[in-house]
Write a protein that binds this ligand. Structure first.
Ligand SMILES: [Zn+2]
Length: 466
């Protein structure tokens, strides 16, 4: 019995599905105007764990995700520039080229983290769902939830009695969308009202991306794309909507408002949110000078899978503090598992240990308690009386959730350039060219790895203590 925390009801609930054996899962995708930082990526790791747990339960997961390539303004509210136009100016390119470049980079980051991607036809950029967004705005207008201002068509939040139910914040308490949003559009009836469609006027006069609409040439607001794309790809209502906790107050609140006002049924039944990643106990950001990406980790000779492991060590609803030391500890713990798989490389997997599996399932089904599941895996590893073939079979089974690729150490844990040097070293050593093999060892060590000759052959490991 799978139980999950629902932000909407603020309770841990048994998952009840709309269809038998199938689950509709929506992931709020990235705004592709810059590299994703590891805090953004933590949310996608949480969503991947959720997806794997659903699959472990024998469910077919229909997984959809948007890519924001228009309409997301700096500050998350209705003020400021479109982030894509900011990216385009910064790099002297067209917004759609910017979107394409960063979307590809984002998807490659997810692959590096061994995250299962949605089917390509279930990943939809906002710019490819403009008619669907216009359709919802037309519905809202027909039902009296939309009004026209000088700069945009707005959603009238005061018409919706349960507006803000996701965050539990009352309309009277809700300030304008974002913290740095000081200037208010004088056209807005209430500060919480938000743009559905911007006109090419004022600061948006030269907005590069625009489309015709019943209200004139313009571009959609940010929130409407998720209402439109999730409905198009999954239907409405669907089962589970996910994202980061930072989306609860505005983005997801507004998605719910639009979709429910337009169609009179819920958008999604369960809303799940992943907590923040802190860096040295603080916020991560460009201005803080600690903007860490997967490439930053790679430069420090860590692997994406080390970071994935680190995220598994914290519950998705707890904040996680990133330090280089904690990443190093994650690497060490992960390598205990890889070492075991090296050790049993010739062992044929046997039966799964039923007791450990029972505890493991109880943990993951208790609102995705993956840290506990990981502790159970290590406990199994340290258990002396359990035969190797049982340990191996059980860990392979558990790895369906962890997604660490435990049976593929060379692919998963050693960078290609190190792997290549290691192969060359082995050849040199086999040919008794010790001068060359020593030289190659030094090159491997310079890359932060150590090479050992063991009875089972040559082993390469990351050096600890960078
Ligand atoms: Zn969204």
């Amino acid at each position: 019995m799978l139980k999950l925390y629902n932000t909407l009801t603020k309770k841990i609930e048994e998952l009840k599905l709309i269809k038998d054996k199938e689950v509709g899962l929506y992931t709020c995708g990235p705004t592709v105007y810059n590299f994703a930082h590891i805090g953004n990526l933590r949310t996608y790791i949480f969503e991947d764990l959720l997806k794997r747990v659903l699959e472990y339960n024998g469910l077919k997961v229909n997984h959809a995700m948007n890519i924001t390539d228009v309409g997301h303004l700096v500050g998350d509210g209705d003020e400021g520039e479109d982030k894509l136009e900011v990216g385009a100016k910064r790099e002297g390119k067209n917004p759609l080229d910017i979107a394409k470049f960063y979307a590809e980079k984002f998807l490659s980051d997810l692959r590096d983290l061994n995250i299962e991607l949605p089917d390509p036809k279930m990943i939809l950029p906002a710019t490819q769902a403009i008619p669907e967004q216009i359709e919802i705005i037309k519905q809202l207008e027909a039902k009296g939830f939309a009004y026209k201002g000088e700069a945009a068509i707005y959603f009238n939040t005061s018409k919706l009695p349960d507006y803000g139910k996701l965050s539990g914040q009352k309309l009277s308490e809700k300030k304008s969308g974002a913290r740095d949003e000081v200037v208010q559009d004088p056209d807005k009836k209430t500060p919480a009202d938000f743009a559905l469609w911007f006109f090419l006027k004022g600061k948006y006069e030269n907005h590069i991306l625009h489309w015709p609409s019943p209200w004139g040439e313009g571009f959609p607001g940010w929130h409407i794309e998720c209402s439109a794309i999730s409905r198009k790809l999954l239907g409405q209502p669907f089962d589970i909507h996910t994202g980061g906790v930072d989306h609860i107050g505005t983005h997801h609140t507004n998605e719910i408002a639009q979709s429910e006002a337009a169609f009179g049924v819920p958008l999604a039944n369960v809303w799940m949110h992943g907590e923040f990643l802190l860096v040295n106990e603080g916020r991560m950001g460009k201005s803080e000078g600690n903007f860490i990406t997967l490439d930053t980790l790679k430069k420090e000779k860590f692997l994406p899978i080390d970071y994935r492991y680190m995220c598994l060590q914290a519950h998705y609803r707890s904040q996680l503090n990133f330090t280089w030391q904690s990443l190093g500890s994650a690497h060490t713990a992960l390598n205990r598992l890889f070492d075991f798989f090296d050790f049993v490389s010739d062992v044929v997997p046997g039966q799964i240990d039923k007791n450990f599996e029972k505890d493991f399932i109880a943990a993951i089904e208790d609102d995705l308690n993956v840290p506990k599941a990981l502790a159970i895996a290590h406990q199994l590893l340290n258990e002396n009386i359990i035969p190797l073939e049982v340990k191996k079979a059980s860990l392979i089974q558990f790895d369906k959730i962890f997604g660490l690729n435990l049976t593929q150490r060379t692919i998963a844990s050693i960078p290609p350039e190190v792997d290549k040097l290691a192969i060359e070293r082995k050849t040199a050593k086999d040919q008794k060219d010790f001068a060359k093999s020593d030289e190659l060892r030094k090159q491997i060590e310079a890359l932060g790895y150590e090479v050992m000759d063991t009875p089972e052959g040559q082993k390469v490991k990351k050096k600890i203590g960078i």
